[in-house]
Design a binder for this molecule. Structure first.
Ligand code: ADP
Ligand code: RBF
Ligand code: MG
Length: 397
């Protein structure tokens, strides 16, 4: 990850992109395209979904038409599918860290604009479903309010002008390559938060590339720091997953000396894809053994460059034997850091041990310790998901 450039202390204004940066637009795009294809006698191929990420509606439509051999022009297809999207706007979930960032900027009086290529009315409709968002933006600029969309700088220049500031005072946060290009062309500082995993190399023109909004460090830009980090950890809305322990890549114990009790990620792919990859911690319940502290990585293990997103929980306890096939129940309560690559296996191992020490200590804090008593961790009747009763009960805590 590139360190922010030294002149960054000039930042006084922030400009945020909406789709793919604050809102998980891609999940809804997949859902809508899938239902359209099914109605047209085609089968949705989830492996092709990534081709639509970060594309304009026109580009995405052309790709779908070609991939699935549909007999429509791009314009016809767009006119059929656009109303289907509009129905789904309120189903777009905020991306991890989006609510936190917006609230933080507002609470600290940092003037913040929303700048999106979508028409202004669509932006308004999308954010109206999210409590406190509209009031948090000093201005909103839509694609229909400027001459040219991203990668042209127009939209960001217009946002700066409306906020009565100069481009060099602005920090843009963007998930797409055209957006990053637009921000740099406007003479602004740009943090890229790529929506497409493992494609961070393409964003080298950005001043900083981060994995998710949880990793924004406002103080690097001269803005007020977040004050919710506690002993190297960030409390999150807890989430809960469970399943039988399965075989992993067979290298946790062998290569790293750190066994990870893998869970079948496909059983809760929605929950896993909703959460950013990274290192998390929490509590682990094994039905016949007890409840243990746990630290885990979720993602593609950059050091090994895996092709699948895996869930790798390391229980902070010495077990006398393996427990493959046993039901493992996890309450994930905090975040530590993004997944990273390392120059050597030793440095990866050292970092994982440090994660273990951080988790071990943090889990004694009352705010995390209380989840040790979650009914979810013990009750074998609850089936793994975030929508069961024990979750609702915990969320109200
Ligand atoms: P795999 O690649 O099959 O996951 P690992 O080398 O990562 O193999 O070993 C994981 C297995 O080791 C787990 O499935 C579990 O049965 C066992 N195990 C023993 N101690 C632990 C521990 N402290 N945390 C996680 N798994 C452990
Ligand atoms: N793998 C990485 O490539 N990068 C990481 O930053 C990373 N962090 C991890 C943190 C923890 C707490 C654990 C348990 C594992 C982490 N791993 C990471 C995953 C490790 O590579 C994985 O468990 C092994 O590859 C076994 O499949
Ligand atoms: Mg493992």
């Amino acid at each position: 990850m590139a360190a922010p450039k030294p002149i960054s202390w000039l930042i006084s204004h922030v400009i945020l992109d909406l789709d793919g940066t604050l809102l998980n637009t891609d999940a809804v795009v997949s859902k809508v395209v899938k239902s359209f294809l099914v109605k047209n006698g085609k089968t949705w191929d989830s492996k092709k979904a990534h081709k639509l990420v970060g594309k304009t509606p026109y580009e995405a439509a052309s790709i779908v038409l070609e991939d699935y051999g549909l007999p429509y022009s791009t314009e016809e297809f767009l006119s059929m599918i656009t109303p289907m999207f509009s129905e789904q706007w309120c189903n777009m979930k905020p991306l991890p860290g989006a609510n936190r960032l917006i609230k933080h900027l507002r609470r600290n009086g940092v003037p913040t604009a929303l700048a999106s290529d979508s028409p202004r009315s669509n932006i308004e409709a999308k954010i109206s479903c999210r409590q406190g968002w509209k009031e948090s933006f000093s201005t909103i600029v839509g694609g229909d309010e400027v001459q040219k969309g991203k990668p042209s700088p127009d939209i960001f220049l217009e946002a700066a002008e409306r906020m009565n500031t100069t481009p060099s005072n602005c920090l843009v946060i963007e998930d797409s390559l055209p957006g990053v290009t637009a921000g740099k062309a406007a003479g602004m500082h740009v943090i890229a938060v790529p929506s497409v995993p493992k494609k961070t190399g393409e964003f080298s023109t950005a001043d900083e590339v981060i994995n998710s909004l949880l990793d924004v460090r406002p103080e690097n830009w001269g803005l007020p720091p977040f004050n919710d980090w506690i002993e190297g950890t960030l409390p999150i809305e807890p989430w809960f997953i469970s399943g039988p322990v399965i075989k992993g890549f067979g290298r946790g114990s062998k290569v790293l000396g750190i066994p990870t009790a893998n869970l079948p990620a496909e059983n809760f792919s929605d929950v896993v894809s909703e959460h950013t990859s990274g290192v998390y911690f929490g509590w682990a319940g094994l039905s016949t053994r007890g409840i243990y502290k746990m630290v885990m990585s979720i993602g593609w293990n950059p050091y090994f460059d895996n092709t699948e997103k895996t869930v790798e929980p390391w229980l902070l306890h010495d077990f006398a034997e393996d427990f493959y096939g046993e039901e493992l129940r996890l309450a994930i309560v905090g975040y530590i850091r993004p997944e990273a690559n390392f120059p050597s296996l030793e440095s990866l191992i050292e970092r994982i041990h440090e994660d273990g020490r951080i988790a071990e200590k943090a889990l004694d804090l009352p705010m995390y310790a209380k989840y040790k008593d979650s009914p979810y961790l013990r009750n074998p009747l609850h089936q793994g998901s975030t929508t069961d009763g024990s979750q609702a009960e915990l969320n109200s805590m």
